[in-house]
Every structure is written in structure tokens, then in C-alpha cells.
Design a protein around this ligand. Sequence first.
Ligand code: ZN
Length: 161
Amino acid sequence: MKPRQPRVCVECGKSILSPGGTRTVTCSEPCRVARLKRLKHASYERRKQTPEFKVAQAEYVASIKSRRAQDPAFDAAQAEQHRRNVKNSVERRNADPERRAMHLQKMREWRRLATPEQREKFLTASREWYAGLSAEERARLIAGKVEKRRQQRAAAAGPAQ
Ligand SMILES: [Zn+2]
């Protein structure tokens, strides 16, 4: 009989102590879930590159666009959903200091390299975004900026005596 090869987890590299079966390739439930997630993501990324997917995607986008043009209630709901998605993703990013710093760095780089047309497009989008905020959201935005300036002034003044 052949001795069993010591097997290692394909996710984390730790050895698999008690393989549930001969096909077990991960060491634990979290690694099993992580592996499935990784494989699923890779498969989706591959599928995204196929011509069939691109055609289906373009058709879907066109159908949404035409429905938005014909149905004002649907258009408003889509715009609202989009605003919520953007807001959530910005909040998630800003909650992570590392991701926030990376984003600010990217923005600085973009500003340095942008053409006047790109700047104008960005400004137009920013104005539209601001116009879409509720009074409450605007008040919160301004309060955040005031607080940030206060902190910057306090930091510039040095430690209090
Ligand atoms: Zn593992």
C-alpha cells in the first residue's frame, strides 16, 4: 500500500490534518468557502471575456436605457438606486483608512494628468451629484467639512498649552 502523501490546503498552505475524503483540498470550512468564492469569481471573470457575454451585456444595458427613456418612474427608481449604490461604496471605502488614502492619491494623480475636457466632465458630474443630495445630506456634508477644517487648524496650531 502506498503511504498517504501529506496534503496541504490550496487556500492557506497549512497541512490538512483530518481529510474528510480523498478529494478534500482545503483545511477548514473558511478555506473551503474562500476557495469556492475564488473559483466562482475566476469563472465569472473568464465568462465576462466571451463574445456571447458581451453581446448579452450590451443588450441588457440597451434595454434598461430604453425603458428608462420611456418610463419616468422606472428612471427615477434607477437613479435613486444608483445614488444609493455610489453612496454605500464611498462610505465603505472611506471607512478603511488604507483604501481612502489610496483613493485620494489616485485623485491627485488624475487631477495632475486630466485634460480640460476631462476636468469639465468631472465638474459637471459633481454638480449633478450635489444637486441630487437632500437638504439633510448637504447639511451633513458641510458639517463634515467644518469639522475637518477645525481638526486641521488644531493640528497646525500644535498641542494645546
Ligand atoms: Zn486552509
